[in-house]
Ligand binder design. Structure first.
Ligand code: GNR
Ligand code: NI
Length: 193
């Protein structure tokens, strides 16, 4: 275990988060390195899941590790994850996302899913998921299709969150530039994002 790396996490509304990621041909050394870097980045954040597009890599790779609410699973490494079965029953979870920092909203998804994927050794696996793991694996696979949890809530809530994220980023950029002038009052209405 050498040369792991913390990768910068993209935040909305970065256009790379809206793109569809491409499947991997096989889990080789390069993809394994990506998986390891993603796990380290996820744990440092801290988070319970991470998808490759969140670190600017448009490949279908996700990692998960959950030690919370009586759930203890992982680390799980998945390439080309596919949901092959969903429950009729739904579950609501108050979701967050490392790419939508400091915002949370209730999202409804199937309560249980079965996922087929390639593991860290390039072996095909199937895993039945429930509870927080089911929520998280669906949230991560959505990232691979350019979908964020805020795309699954009301457009009013989504616009409010995106407006706040743009504002927070502008304030951060001003700090970085050493510009101490007061922020110019810019857009009072939510822009069409
Ligand atoms: O760390 C995370 N917590 C979380 C909580 C509820 C539902 C989904 C998640 S995933 C999130 C990390 C992340 O953004 N993964 O893409
Ligand atoms: Ni996320």
């Amino acid at each position: 275990m050498v040369a792991m790396a913390l990768l910068p996490i993209l935040t909305a509304p970065d256009p790379r988060l809206k793109k569809k990621s491409q499947p991997v041909k096989a889990v080789d050394g390069e993809i394994r390195q990506l998986m390891d870097d993603m796990l380290e980045t996820m744990k440092a954040a801290p988070g319970i899941g991470l998808a490759a597009p969140q670190v600017g890599v448009l490949r279908r790779v996700i990692v998960l590790e959950i030690e919370r609410e009586g759930t203890s699973v992982g680390p799980l490494f998945m390439a080309n994850p596919e949901i092959i079965d969903v429950s009729d029953e739904d579950a609501t979870y108050n979701e967050g996302c490392l790419s939508v920092p400091e915002h949370y909203a209730d999202v409804v998804r199937p309560a249980r899913v079965t996922v087929r994927y390639l593991d860290r050794e390039n072996a095909q696996q199937e895993l039945a998921c429930e509870g927080l793991l089911a929520t998280c694996v669906q949230h991560e696979i959505d990232h691979l299709d350019g979908v964020l949890f805020i795309d699954k809530i009301s457009s009013l809530k989504r616009s409010m969150i995106l407006r706040k994220l743009v504002k927070a980023r502008k304030e951060k950029e001003r700090e970085g530039s050493g510009d101490r002038a007061p922020a110019k009052k810019e857009i009072e209405h939510a822009p069409a994002l």
